[in-house]
Design a protein around this ligand. Structure first.
Ligand code: GLN
Length: 275
C-alpha cells in the first residue's frame, strides 16, 4: 500500500469509529426516559434487545392462541401492557409445547419469560422463579353434553384426556387413576378437546377457564360437567439467573393492576370484572 493509501485508510477508520461512537451515543440518549423514574429497558438482560420474548403453549384460549401468525389472548394483552410499563416496545410470543417450557427457559437463549397460564407450584419454583400471581384458576371436567360426573368412581373404566405436564394431569393422576380411569395424555388442550368431540376419550380434565372457552360453541356438543376447586394461581416464569427481570415484571404487574388496565383486559377476555 502506498503512503497515500495508508493515510487514506487511517482517515477512513477514524471516520468510521467516529460514526459508530456517534450513533451509539444517539441511541443511548433517545432510549433514556428523560422525565420518568422508570427503569430504562436497556438495564434488563433480554434474549433479543428491545423486546420481551415469551415462551408459550399457544393452544390455550382464552389465555393464548394463534390467530394466523399473531398470538392473542389475556396473557398476550397483559404482557404487552406490562412491557410498555417496563419501557420495552414490544413482546414476541414463541410457541412451545407446555411440557418443554420450563427446561427451555432454564437452558436460556430462547425466551425471557413463560407466559402460558402456568400455575405457580413449589416443584416448578425449584427450577425457575415465578412472578407474583396474576390470575386465579381451578380445574374442571368436560364430557359430551349430558355426561354424568359426581365423583372419581364415575370415571372407572373410562378414558380421560389430560394435557401432558399440567396441573390437570396431576389432579387426574391423584384422583381419577386410583378410581380406575385410564389417562390419555395430549400435547395441548385443543387436541384433548378434539379427541373428546371425536369420541376418542370420555372426558377431559383441564383448567376451568379454558374448558369454559372450549365448550362455549354449543354445536360441538361438549359441556363442563364438573368444577374442581384446586385454588390455582397463574404466574409468569423467569429464569433464576435474571432477578432484575423478575423485579421489573412484578413492578409492571402492580402498575397495570393499579392503573385499571388489568381490569380492562380481564373484562375483554372474560366478560366480567376481576374479583
Ligand atoms: N395451569 C396449568 C398448569 O400450569 C395448565 C397450563 C397450560 O396448559 N398452559 O399446569
Amino acid at each position: 500500500m502506498s503512503k497515500y493509501g495508508k493515510v487514506l485508510s487511517l482517515v477512513l477508520i477514524a471516520a468510521l469509529a467516529f460514526a459508530v461512537i456517534g450513533l451509539a451515543g444517539c441511541g443511548t440518549t433517545t432510549e433514556k426516559p428523560a422525565t420518568t423514574e422508570e427503569k430504562p429497558a436497556v438495564d434488563l438482560k433480554l434474549v433479543t434487545a428491545g423486546q420481551l420474548t415469551a415462551g408459550s403453549d399457544t393452544s390455550f384460549p382464552p389465555f393464548e392462541s394463534m390467530n394466523g401468525d399473531v398470538a392473542e389472548g389475556f396473557d398476550v394483552d397483559l404482557l404487552n401492557a406490562m412491557a410498555k410499563e417496563m419501557g420495552i416496545a414490544k413482546t414476541v410470543f414463541k410457541t412451545e409445547i407446555f411440557d418443554t417450557l420450563i427446561p427451555t427457559l432454564k437452558a436460556g437463549g430462547k425466551f425471557d419469560v413463560i407466559a402460558s397460564g402456568m400455575t405457580i407450584k413449589p416443584e416448578r419454583a425449584l427450577e425457575i422463579d415465578f412472578s407474583d400471581p396474576y390470575f386465579d384458576s381451578n380445574q374442571s371436567l368436560a364430557m359430551k353434553t349430558g355426561g354424568k360426573y359426581a365423583a372419581p368412581a364415575d370415571m372407572s373404566g373410562k378414558k380421560v384426556g389430560v394435557q401432558s405436564g399440567t396441573t390437570g394431569e396431576s389432579w387426574a393422576t391423584e384422583n381419577l387413576k386410583p378410581a380406575g380411569a385410564t389417562l390419555v395424555p395430549f400435547k395441548d388442550a385443543v387436541q384433548a378437546f378434539s379427541a373428546l368431540q371425536a369420541g376418542n376419550v370420555d372426558a377431559v380434565v383441564n383448567d376451568l377457564p379454558v374448558t369454559a372457552e372450549m365448550v362455549k360453541d354449543t354445536t360441538k356438543g361438549l359441556a363442563m360437567i364438573a368444577q374442581i376447586p384446586t385454588g390455582e394461581q397463574y404466574g409468569f416464569a423467569i429464569s433464576k439467573d435474571n432477578p432484575e427481570l423478575k423485579a421489573a415484571i412484578n413492578d409492571a404487574l402492580a402498575k397495570v393492576k393499579a392503573s385499571g388496565e388489568y381490569g380492562t383486559i380481564y373484562k375483554k377476555w372474560f366478560g366480567v370484572d376481576p374479583e
